[in-house]
Write a protein that binds this ligand. Structure first.
Ligand SMILES: NC(=O)c1ccc[n+]([C@@H]2O[C@H](COP(=O)([O-])OP(=O)(O)OC[C@H]3O[C@@H](n4cnc5c(N)ncnc54)[C@H](O)[C@@H]3O)[C@@H](O)[C@H]2O)c1
Length: 398
């Protein structure tokens, strides 16, 4: 019996791929997709400030999981990789410390809230030859993958312009009740929320923004009463994410600091000449990311962004508007229950594979940095009245 116990202890310590999680609640629950004890992969250490989450970690990952409020204890716990899903302004500090230790890192988007912060993370990964992966899970969504495949296969000729309209019905709930609303913590929603879309636009256009300009305003939520009583839970279900709250001005419980924009309009000029337009609204009645890509031989557009929603391609001329494309496509079937149209399970699988063996990945840290850089410069542009700004190249020297 003792021998069997020893063998299982040796297996646990030496043959298990161990993952730590910093910011284990909220988005950090994504790590559940990585926890596969039968395959020798375990989440063995979790950090969160919320004791309820730490209790839940024991249910999710087993009673033996180390739980702590101090993220440094996760890095000191002999893990092979770490998932960092803390709020945005903490990414740089947590990622740099983990990479300095040579750990493989899954870092949630946006990579950081400044361009300098991203470049420091990239340099640290390079210097310590550590494997860095940034959680741009939209690249793993079936509908986005299908659009990329169609474009790469020449369905609309050579891409010349790309527009994204992002309608967000839950903006007041998700982004104006906590740290997201405070530019010190997020820079702004053009970066915070937009990092996903800017990355997808760069990916579909096969280029990065070189120059950007933007306008934005705090048009709806700015006048509404802020939370003054700290005892009011921002996630009180009577006030939070409740579809009965309409119009947006019916929402309550806003963050005491609110200095980010609730509508953003951005134009981008990419390195390969493609022009982009990104329109984001946080007080829409419905919710969708709609990408329209026009090439020199056609137009492509997704109608809805769920895993089963259609992608239309128009590639015959007709001088009137056609609501349905000349061809209709859908993404490959996917396990939609895994979150973000099946993307979350897929991205975690790819991360674990990369963390263990290296190799190419669909999302890349350089692309993640470029989406932050475009979002930061666009935010600076809109706060300076819409002046066009260059997007700097990655600073590898420091
Ligand atoms: N890729 C996606 O689709 C996606 C979706 C949602 C959020 N995110 C990103 O994930 C990150 C977390 O977002 P969220 O909405 O889950 O945030 P959140 O505010 O819910 O925080 C996440 C968790 O981190 C914990 N935490 C906060 N400060 C901490 C600290 N100092 N040390 C340890 N734990 C701490 C919180 O208690 C919470 O459990 C953000 O960077 C966000 O942009 C990505």
């Amino acid at each position: 019996m003792r021998i069997l116990q020893r063998i299982s202890l040796v297996r646990y310590y030496y043959m298990t791929f161990k993952i730590g999680v910093i910011g284990a609640g909220g988005r950090g629950t994504l790590a559940k997709h990585a926890h596969r004890p039968d395959d020798g992969i375990r989440v063995t250490a979790c950090c969160d400030l919320d004791p309820v989450i730490l209790d839940q970690c024991r249910d999710w990952y087993g009673q033996e999981v180390l739980t702590t409020r101090d993220w440094r204890e996760v890095l000191a716990a002999g893990v092979d990789a770490v998932v960092i899903a803390t709020p945005d302004w903490l990414h740089e500090e947590h990622a740099v410390a983990a990479l300095e230790q040579g750990l493989a890192v899954y870092l949630e988007k946006p990579m950081a809230i400044t361009i300098a912060g991203c470049d420091r993370i990239l340099r640290t990964a390079k210097q310590h030859q550590a494997r860095l992966f940034v959680g741009h899970n939209m690249r793993y969504m079936t509908i986005i993958r299908k659009m990329k495949q169609l474009i790469d296969a020449g369905a609309i000729g050579k891409v010349k312009t790309i527009w994204c309209r992002h309608f967000i019905s839950y903006g007041g709930d998700a982004y104006f009740r906590d740290w997201h609303a405070d530019r010190e913590c997020s820079t702004g929603l053009l970066l915070q929320k937009g990092a996903h879309d800017l990355d997808v636009m760069h990916w579909l256009a096969d280029s990065y923004s070189r120059r950007v300009t933007a306008f934005g305003s705090l048009a709806v939520y700015g006048d509404l009463p802020r939370r003054t009583d700290p005892a009011i839970d921002k996630k009180d279900t009577s006030t939070w994410w409740n579809q009965a709250h309409w119009p947006p001005k019916a929402l309550t419980g806003f963050n005491p600091v609110m200095d980010v924009e609730d509508q953003n309009l951005m134009l981008m000029q990419m390195e390969n000449g493609v022009l982009g337009a990104y329109l984001q609204c946080h007080f829409a009645p419905d919710c969708c990311r709609n990408y329209t890509v026009i090439g020199d031989a056609g137009r492509l557009e997704n109608i809805g962004d769920g895993p089963d929603d259609p992608i239309f391609v128009w590639n015959k001329r007709q001088d009137g508007y056609r609501t349905v494309g000349d061809a209709v496509f859908r993404g490959d079937p996917v396990d939609a229950s895994s979150g973000h149209g099946g993307a979350d399970a897929v991205i975690m699988r790819e991360f674990v594979e990369f963390a263990r063996h290296g190799g190419p990945t669909t999302a890349t840290p350089e692309a993640a940095r470029m989406s932050v850089a475009a979002g930061c410069q666009a935010t600076a542009s809109l706060r300076a009245g819409g002046v066009p700004l260059e997007v700097p190249a990655i600073d590898w020297e420091g």
